[in-house]
Ligand binder design. Structure first.
Ligand SMILES: *Cc1c(COP(=O)(O)O)cnc(C)c1O
Length: 362
């Protein structure tokens, strides 16, 4: 069996140890005689899985008791509507910081529900940096401020948490959750699709301050109402049971490695290997502003679309797959989430050196 280094932006690699454990438990989970996939979500054995998953996530991220943790479906994109439906119900104003494609989509969705404005944007620099925002940039009576913490497509990340004063800060953390420690108390709500750094596709995690529940608009679909989901322990209907089980194994894996501080050290070491190489040569160019560089998604180009194409094809032959940049930006993107081993990035840098030597530019 040969496993490749998968640089996909998502769904992405899962830790080998987690896949092995899932495989070992596949046919008979802890003597239950069934797979987790086949279990009733109302069974005591599954109840322990989902409760353990929540407790472990709370431990990993240091989530205070004043926050609810929800295991939902619909992907991060469903949260683009759920957030305004649940929270844009005071002044019906919300301020969005546009730092890429997902934050722009989130804003466009919110505009359906009220006075959502773009308080800041880095579109003028092709989203190659995140906007620098201050408290004064936001309307004092806004129901919330929305940011996308890590911009998966462009390879940028907020190097700071915006100060929004009393206004609740909502963050899409789909592609950076669990990559480093984060002070949850600075946020009113955090959401993340699981398929980047947490579990297979199909699970969305929402971490929301309890005082923000019960504000949902009357027309909010039941399935999108955070209060309903919180009151039912994420089991108003059938939750994505298997994804939650894998997420639990991932949380255990992170704790086993020493938690998010250790995860951050690993991720910084991996990213530094790639960024240091990019900074020390001139064949490839990293288009992103240094201060805004993502730890998880590293973008680079040769400057020649044909060479970029050749690069991705030849890399794939070496078992370095899914390096093609997003269709809207081109070039290359190496997503180096938690589960990507250091050796994978070493192999990539080795290939980059070789490719540059063998394909001189005209
Ligand atoms: C992938 C991604 C999304 C979209 O997630 P879905 O689960 O496919 O809806 C939204 N935001 C960010 C930051 C992402 O990386």
């Amino acid at each position: 069996m040969k496993r490749v280094y998968n640089f996909s932006a998502g769904p992405s690699m899962l830790p080998k140890e987690v896949l092995e454990r899932a495989a070992a438990e596949m046919l008979d989970y802890e003597g239950s005689g069934t797979s987790v996939m086949e279990m009733s979500h109302r069974s005591p054995v599954y109840d322990k899985i989902i409760k353990d998953a929540e407790a472990l996530l709370r431990q990993v991220m240091g989530i205070p008791d004043t926050y609810k943790v929800l295991f939902l479906q619909g992907g991060a994109s469903t949260q683009f509507a759920a957030v305004p439906l649940n929270l844009m119900n005071g002044s019906k104003k919300a301020d969005y910081v546009l730092s890429g494609q997902f934050s722009t989509k989130a804003w466009q969705e919110a505009k359906k529900y009220g006075d959502a404005v773009a308080a800041a944007s880095s579109k003028d620099v092709n989203f190659s940096a995140v906007p620098k925002v201050k408290r004064e940039d936001f309307r004092a009576d806004a129901d919330y401020v929305h940011i996308c913490m890590n911009n998966t497509i462009y390879g940028t990340k907020f190097p700071y948490i915006p100060d929004t004063g009393e206004i609740p800060l909502v963050a899409d953390m789909s592609s950076c959750i669990l990559s480093e420690p984060v002070d949850v108390t600075r946020f009113g709500l955090i959401y993340a699709g699981a398929q980047k750094n947490m579990a297979p596709a199909g699970l969305t995690v929402v971490i929301v301050k309890e005082e923000l529940l019960s504000k949902a608009r009357a027309e909010t679909p039941t399935m999108l109402d955070y209060k309903v989901m919180a009151d039912n322990g994420s089991m108003y209907n059938t939750p994505p049971t298997y994804c939650i089980y894998i997420a639990k194994l991932v949380y255990e894996w992170i704790l086993g490695l020493g938690g998010l501080k250790a995860m951050q050290a690993r991720n910084e070491k991996k990213a530094a290997l790639l960024y240091d190489y990019l900074d020390g040569q001139s064949y490839y160019r990293a288009p992103v502003d240094k201060e805004s560089r993502s730890l998880m998604n590293v973008t680079f180009v040769t400057g020649d679309a044909e060479l970029d194409k050749k690069f991705c094809a030849e890399a794939a032959e070496r078992g370095l797959v899914n390096l093609k940049g997003h269709r809207s930006v081109g070039g290359m993107r190496a997503s180096i989430y938690n589960a990507m081993p250091y050796e994978g990035v070493e192999a990539l840098v080795g290939f980059m050196e070789e490719f540059a030597k063998e394909n001189p530019k005209k």
